[in-house]
Structures are given as structure tokens and as C-alpha cells.
Ligand binder design. Structure first.
Ligand SMILES: O=C(O)CCC(=O)C(=O)O
Length: 283
């Protein structure tokens, strides 16, 4: 059950209108921008992800971005995959930074930590794949400052049921919420914390839209959101990546400064401390 009842509003026409962008973001907690990222750069990142999946033996060497598939997300060495996808080159490209600066309206700092996602179709399966994320706020996992925004983008189209992210419209306005352990979702072998779906108010409707390469979804640190499963049939992969971007002048926390591969090894700091339940003084 996804409980999605609507689609994201297309905010692309608001680009260039600072007041309109800020007003929409403040009210809804997100911006959905179509076709704003350089498609050639997105394609390069997609091809790098495919190259990694093939090199690590997960995908057929003849596979293309149109027909690639893998047996399971867990069966692929995630640390090794980070060596293939040159996402910093994508994020730090002047064409990308220009979009980030237009969204925030000021100079930005792009987090050194990126999550890459290569999720095969689970069509026909009774269970939700454990690698997906339950309803949560990134601000629960990432700090100490909460003025970052999450930037989420597909590397190939998520049409055809390939999933993505569902957002609870306007849910950022109630601030931080309690996250409780959820045994159905696991990361690094640990059950992760999420917000019980019953905690969403009736006006916080879940929104989802299929996206194309070049599209960008931006959302608030307190936006309640969750994975939408890949239920495509015929099966296509969900290939996407997400990072966080904050004002350049703001404090830079542990996850802002630490590449994913490094932070994934350290259960005592940042996101990993929240996942493993290890007490920490390092956010
Ligand atoms: O891509 C997904 O499935 C979940 C994304 C997410 O939770 C995030 O970007 O914080």
C-alpha cells in the first residue's frame, strides 16, 4: 500500500521568480522542477552506474540502460559501486551548481555524501524490499543544522512503475517528529527508524510523480517522505541518486563533509549512529 493520492505540482514555471519559488517551498516543503538538469551529464552518471553493475558481476555485460536488471540490491557491493559513479563531478559541474543556486537563492555547499540507488523490480513480491526507506525526515538522520535541502534525481525514467519518492505535502511545517524502530526496513543489517504512517495528518497527502532524466525533486529537512517501491512490469531498474545542499555560509556537519564510503564505515557518527543506535556527539 502506498497511499499516494496525488502528484507533485510542477514548479518549473516558477523558475526565475524568487518570491514564487520561496512561497511554494515554504507552504509545501518541496519543489519539483522538470528538465532543469543537463541531460548529457545525467546520462553519463547513468552509464557509470550501469558500468559498475556490469563490472561487479550483477548485470549482464550486454545490458543497456533500457533493459538492465539485477537480482538484488543487497547482492551488489555498495562501497565498490561508489567507485564507479562519479557523482561529485555531476553535482559540482557549473551547470548543476547554477540550478542549486537558483533553488536556494544564494551560494551553496553540496554535501560530500551521496546515496546511489539501483533497485530492481519487486513486482509480484508479497513483501516490501527491506532496502527501501520507511516514512522519515532527513532532518532526523542528518544534522546538526537543518537548513539543508535534499536533492533527488532519477538517472533513467521512473515511468512504468519504477518507483521513487513519495512526499507528504506540507508535512515539514510541523517540525521534527518522533521516529520509531521499524523491523521491515533494514540498512547495514540494522532495523531503521521511521515515522508511523498513522502520524500523518489528513491534509498531509502523499504525492508522487514519475520522473524523467533531467528532472529534479528538492525537499525540506523536515519533509516526511518514503520510498516508492519499484513494481515495474515489464521490469525496469530504478536508478537514482540523492544528496543534500545547504547555504555555503552555514555550519557544515559530519555528513556534509564526509563522503558516503567513509561515513558508512563509522557507526559512531552521523547517519550511521542513528541507524546503529550508537550514542554520538558527532552530527
Ligand atoms: O530514493 C528513495 O527510495 C528514498 C529517498 C530518501 O529517503 C531520501 O532521499 O532521503
Amino acid at each position: 500500500m502506498t497511499n499516494v493520492t496525488g502528484e507533485y505540482t510542477d514548479c518549473t514555471p516558477m523558475l526565475g521568480d524568487r518570491a514564487a519559488l520561496d512561497r511554494f517551498y515554504e507552504e509545501h516543503g518541496y519543489l519539483f522542477l522538470r528538465g532543469v538538469l543537463d541531460r548529457g551529464l545525467v546520462r553519463t552518471a547513468a552509464e557509470q552506474m550501469l558500468e559498475g553493475l556490469v563490472a561487479l558481476g550483477a548485470a549482464d555485460p550486454q545490458a543497456t540502460l533500457d533493459d538492465v536488471t539485477i537480482d538484488s540490491f543487497e547482492g551488489v557491493d555498495e562501497v565498490a559501486m561508489h567507485g564507479y559513479v562519479k557523482y561529485d563531478e555531476f553535482w559540482d559541474h557549473p551547470a548543476t551548481v547554477k540550478v542549486f543556486e537558483e533553488v536556494l537563492g544564494e551560494p551553496v555547499f553540496v554535501f560530500r555524501s551521496t546515496t546511489i540507488r539501483y533497485y530492481p523490480s519487486a513486482a509480484g513480491s508479497e513483501e516490501t524490499p527491506a532496502h527501501l526507506t520507511p516514512l522519515h525526515q532527513d532532518g532526523f538522520y542528518i544534522g546538526p543544522n537543518k537548513d539543508f535541502r535534499t536533492f533527488w534525481m532519477p538517472l533513467i525514467a521512473t515511468t512504468g512503475g519504477a518507483g521513487g519518492v513519495a512526499l507528504a505535502d506540507g508535512s515539514h511545517r510541523r517540525g521534527p517528529r518522533e521516529h520509531v524502530l521499524n523491523e521491515s526496513y533494514r540498512r547495514f543489517g540494522h532495523p531503521v527508524r521511521g515515522i508511523p504512517p498513522t502520524e500523518l495528518g489528513p491534509d498531509e497527502t502523499l504525492l508522487y510523480s514519475a520522473m524523467e532524466p533531467g528532472d529534479l525533486l528538492v525537499f525540506h529537512a523536515y519533509m516526511c517522505h518514503k520510498s516508492m517501491p519499484n513494481v515495474s512490469s515489464p521490469a525496469v531498474m530504478r536508478l537514482s541518486m540523492d544528496t543534500r545542499v545547504q547555504p555555503a555560509a552555514s555550519h557544515r556537519g559530519y555528513n556534509a563533509l564526509t563522503p558516503w564510503v567513509e561515513s558508512a564505515k563509522d557507526p559512531s557518527k552521523g547517519i550511521m549512529s542513528k541507524i546503529t543506535g550508537t550514542p554520538t556527539a558527532v552530527e
